[in-house]
Design a protein around this ligand. Structure first.
Ligand code: AP5
Ligand code: ZN
Length: 217
């Protein structure tokens, strides 16, 4: 299975990708996580990306395309993957189409999660992530048992640098101008599946599974 998860910042792409991966044993490719790992490691690409991400802008297409082309060539992607955060521009979507063509593969669906902006703002400003295992929490919707600590590994929870209100607004604008045209792109390719992203995480997952025709294990 090869799926794309589309949607504005905070729509639940990462949350749902992890659930799909846990249920179906395929790989999650999150470009945001890859860039944050590169930034934490202090690589030249990571340092450049961090500056751009902290403003809420997009990292240039050529860098992103190279990262994804390298990643989907790895053996663990042979049985499929879920792309979370890529493509984000029409140029990236075209590049992905070409990449899949060269490996003789195709995309099953582009799943778009829709959530209104006021809810996105609440989700992002309350998000906390574990520094050690990457588990995600929300201070109101999904708080950890012990404040500031991960339930799974007791690691420290932190707030992403781009999850402050002024940067969230920029990210939402960038989504509207640069990424939302992909909805029409995949609609025209007859690959778009639109899912209401409001409601409990399990309800949203059930909607995705129903729409992409995967039965619950
Ligand atoms: P990235 O990390 O991809 O961020 P994003 O797209 O802005 O998405 P988020 O991770 O913020 O949100 P999400 O939709 O995954 O929601 P989540 O599940 O976390 O990218 C960061 C930056 O990297 C970009 O700004 C850009 O600079 C750069 N970048 C990355 N890819 C790029 C590319 N291809 N090209 C160029 N630049 C690129 O959920 C959010 C919160 O809501 C969590 O707290 C969660 O617990 C909660 N939540 C989730 N679902 C629900 C629910 N149903 N009900 C209540 N709360 C919920
Ligand atoms: Zn943890």
């Amino acid at each position: 299975m090869r799926l794309i998860l589309l949607g504005p910042p905070g729509a639940g792409k990462g949350t749902q990708a992890r659930r799909l991966v846990a249920k179906h044993g395929i790989v999650q490719l999150s470009t945001g996580e890859m860039l944050r790992a590169a930034a934490a490691a202090g690589t030249p690409v990571g340092k450049r990306a961090k500056e751009i991400m902290d403003r809420g802008d997009l990292v240039p297409d050529d860098i992103m395309v190279e990262i994804i082309a390298d990643r989907i060539a790895q053996p663990d992607c042979v049985n499929g993957f879920i792309l979370d955060g890529f493509p984000r521009t029409v140029a990236q979507a075209d590049a992905l189409h070409k990449m899949l063509g060269t490996i003789g593969g195709s995309l099953e669906h582009a799943v778009s999660l829709s959530v209104p902006n006021d809810e996105l703002l609440k989700r992002l400003s309350g998000r906390r992530t574990c520094r050690d295992c990457g588990a995600m929490y929300h201070i109101i919707f999904d708080p950890p048992t012990n404040e500031g600590l991960c339930n799974k590994c007791n690691g420290e929870l932190y707030q992403r640098d781009d999850d402050h209100e002024d940067i969230i607004s920029s990210r939402l604008e960038v989504y509207e101008s640069q990424t939302s045209p992909l909805l029409n792109y995949y609609r025209n390719h007859r690959q778009l599946v639109e899912v209401d992203g409001i409601g409990g995480r399990d309800d949203v997952l059930a909607r995705i599974l129903a729409k992409v025709g995967i039965s619950k294990p």
